[in-house]
Design a binder for this molecule. Structure first.
Ligand code: NAI
Ligand SMILES: O=C(O)C1=N[C@H](C(=O)O)C[C@H](O)C1
Length: 269
């Protein structure tokens, strides 16, 4: 057992943190060697199993990422942009694989993560599920096949605690649609319509975000033309799909050279 790769989960008390720790616990390919939460969090100093309301897991929640990462081969990080940028620098220093699921990052944040990836393996994706990564490829193909008579709209729905919009997945899908069309998303992105917006511009890619209840994550890519519509859809009903993808990414990353990778690399899509 002790020869299995050791993984740390950051944001341990979060929706994804807890799902990740349970998934690692159930895996026979890796083991949980650390759990990190922010300073002042009431889980710090306590056993993670007990914090989650179960039996002790022999892992004490820490607020010291530097010390925790030093005992691991990989870190799985679904937290918040500022925390992820800090963890990227520490993971690079410790030369451990850093799997990043955090969304809502700025261009500046992404630049810092890219710099960290010079020293360690980083696998980053706005969605770690197999289904969404397949949908990204399908979106690129459909966008390449249909001309601008088809208006492209990305519609996403998430739970009422989500803090960023559009979702990381919606942006991946928008990028894929733009790439399929041979344009830059930056130049055609249409976000936040409100009021007298004027008619829709031909060639634009629109984004709509729905927030409510406990929706895990739903994404539609709509191609709407006169007389017909094509709709590509992914519905996640269980966060386990993201956790399984993240574990796969961490284990895959152990065999790679330093650099920034995504789930397409991991899944070979
Ligand atoms: N790429 C993917 O497949 C997926 C990505 N996500 C993304 O993962 C992120 C987290 O999502 P949730 O788990 O729903 O959020 P959450 O709010 O439930 O959990 C975030 C956790 O990070 C912790 N945290 C914040 N700053 C920290 C710091 N400096 N040090 C240690 N811990 C810190 C918080 O205390 C919290 O426990 C979001 O950006 C979300 O969009 C979520 C699901 C799937
Ligand atoms: O915050 C979430 O919950 C999710 N975030 C990711 C995103 O922003 O796309 C992935 C998934 O949809 C759930």
């Amino acid at each position: 057992m002790t020869n299995l790769p050791g993984l740390v989960v950051t944001g341990a008390s979060g929706r994804m943190g807890q799902m990740l720790m349970r998934t690692i616990q159930d895996s026979d390919k890796c083991r949980l060697v650390g759990a990190v939460e922010r300073k002042g969090h009431d889980w710090v100093g306590r056993d993670v199993g007990e914090c989650m309301g179960g039996a002790p897991m022999g892992v004490i929640v820490s607020d010291d990422p530097l010390e925790t990462f030093a005992h691991a081969q990989g870190v799985i990080d679904f937290t918040a942009p500022a925390a992820t940028v800090e963890f990227a620098a520490i993971a690079a220093q410790a030369r451990v694989v850093h799997v990043i699921g955090t969304t809502g990052m700025s261009a500046d944040d992404l630049g810092k993560i890219n710099a960290a990836a010079r020293h360690a393996v980083v696998v980053r994706a706005g969605n770690m599920s197999l289904g969404v990564n397949l949908l990204v490829q399908l979106t690129k193909k459909v966008a390449a096949a249909l001309d601008e008579d088809f208006d492209i709209e990305v519609i996403e729905a998430h739970h009422n605690k989500k803090v960023d919009a559009p979702s990381g997945t919606a942006l991946m899908l928008g990028e894929a649609a733009a790439e399929g069309r041979g344009v830059s998303l930056e130049n055609v992105s249409d976000r936040g319509r409100d009021g007298i917006t004027g008619a829709r511009e031909r060639g634009h890619i629109g984004f709509t975000a729905i927030r409510g209840g406990d929706i895990v994550g739903e994404h539609d890519v709509l191609f709407a033309a006169a007389g017909e519509r094509v709709i590509l859809r992914h519905v996640a009903t269980d966060r386990a799909v993201f956790a399984r993808g993240a574990l796969k990414a961490a284990l895959w990353g152990l065999g790679q050279k330093p650099g920034e990778y995504d789930m397409m690399d991991v899944l070979g899509l």
